[in-house]
Write a protein that binds this ligand. Sequence first.
Ligand code: FAD
Ligand code: EGO
Length: 479
Amino acid sequence: MNQDMTKNKVVSVVGAGLVGTLEACLLAQRGYQVHLYEYRPDIRTLEHVPGRSINLAMSVRGRTGLRAAGVEDRVIRHHGIPMHGRMIHNTDGSTRSIPYNKDRQCIYSVGRRFVNEVLLDRADELPNITTHFSHKLVSCKLEKGEATFLNTVTGEEVTREADLLVGCDGAYSNVRKSMMRQPFFNYSQNYIPHGYMELCIPPTPEGEFAMPPNYLHIWPRGKFMMIALPNQDRSWTVTLFMPFPLFEGITASEQLLSFFKTYYPDAIPLIGREKLINDFFSNKALPMIYVKCSPYHVGATGLIMGDAAHAMVPFYGQGMNCGMEDCVVLNELLDQYDDDLAAALPAYSAKRNPDAEAIVDLALYNYIEMRDLVNSRSFLLRKKFDDLLSTILPSYWLPLYTMVTFTRQPYHRCIAKKKWQDRVVKNILSVAGMAGVGAGVVLAKTDSLHTLSCSILSQLSTLLTKTWAAATSVPAIRQ
Ligand code: FAD
Ligand code: EGO
């Protein structure tokens, strides 16, 4: 790291959420003079933080980001609850659990607020970060690194010109909005028909978790689905996903109860009948959006990261993880280019865009898969099938979820490998089919047994050749 290149450079980071605060820390560690601006007041001073999803699933990509800022242990040890597998809830109230894998790998349930606070505390430890809360970005000139903020306490407007302006201002990013005027900037946003609502399972009267705590609980029901992640206070945050018209169709308490009796009977006593009714009708179902755009930079002076660059639907638990990995990738490129922003920013866009779009697609694909898994049995079956193959071929057959969640292989390579796996499975199935036909012929014409076994053998050798060809055509398969 070349502190001479950075110590006189000023960076404005917009948004002190999970990604902005981490990015501010990493830039400050490199020596930049960082100004971190946040629309909200300092969440550490608030009793209740308004906004989305209370807890999140943190996996290896997010942890790598936290480690770079020196706070991985603080977050994981003090605020993380390990989840070693999923627990699937059937409509009859019975449950089945499947561990993530044999090596006791796990994901962690972390409170959004805790993670944000640890990162803000870390930012305070770095003398070259100045935080500005209650500052709302109102406009910016990316090609000059300039941004204007409204101080929502005093009503004053302040403008800062910086060497670099980094937009980490979330899915509805204002920084991104101003990128849209740049030529060759491509952008798309889509809403999905589902909304989500957060409910809560309180601790038992004894102050214990009401369900086994070290699992991600899932109620797969086709078009509706529900999950629950544990909180540090031994409550659970339950997230109900369903199409908006269905949310809107539930207008009376009896309707809600009969819906839950049919699909989530075991959840009624856990949440509590009265609390369920209260919380459901005092909450609002929230929309889910995904965003793709490129490039992520403007010259050597503007950049967007995190949800601002690639908001995704939450069905893979990767939004925060991907955003934190963004910070790691940029850090590596700044190392590589000796903090020459004119070189590092285009390299970042080029490197990160295929991976960010890959996980946006994967999350969407999972949304469709989850929607089609109408019952717990189909969910379990699919997971067992994945596990079987990775037991047979442990070194290079990892289930997609495992690759995405427990490795740092680039997301686009996870997709390439999954496509290769699907081709292999298809070939195996087609050979098995042909063998089946062959067996039929054997029964009919026992005297042609020899011919037939020759034909099966030749099919098998074709399969092996194809599999080998496919394996060697994806260089990523052999790490
Ligand atoms: P944000 O967290 O949105 O932060 C943006 C910040 O910018 C905010 O503090 C905001 O106040 C500030 N801001 C906005 N506009 C302005 C402005 N004009 N001026 C100044 N400041 C501004 N991810 C996971 O990895 N695992 C999960 O399990 C998971 N579950 C999820 C469940 C749900 C229901 C949802 C909706 C998302 C989930 N995510 C999950 C995704 C995760 O929440 C996001 O990817 C992550 O919060 C992105 O961080 P960010 O810092 O880019 O944006
Ligand atoms: C066959 C079976 C194919 C988020 C199952 C694919 C997602 C998908 C929203 C879980 C875990 C963290 C999550 C698994 C699949 C978070 C997650 C999964 C949900 C919903 C979620 C898994 C927050 C998909 N990880 N996951 O395998 O455990 O499998 F159910 Cl609705």
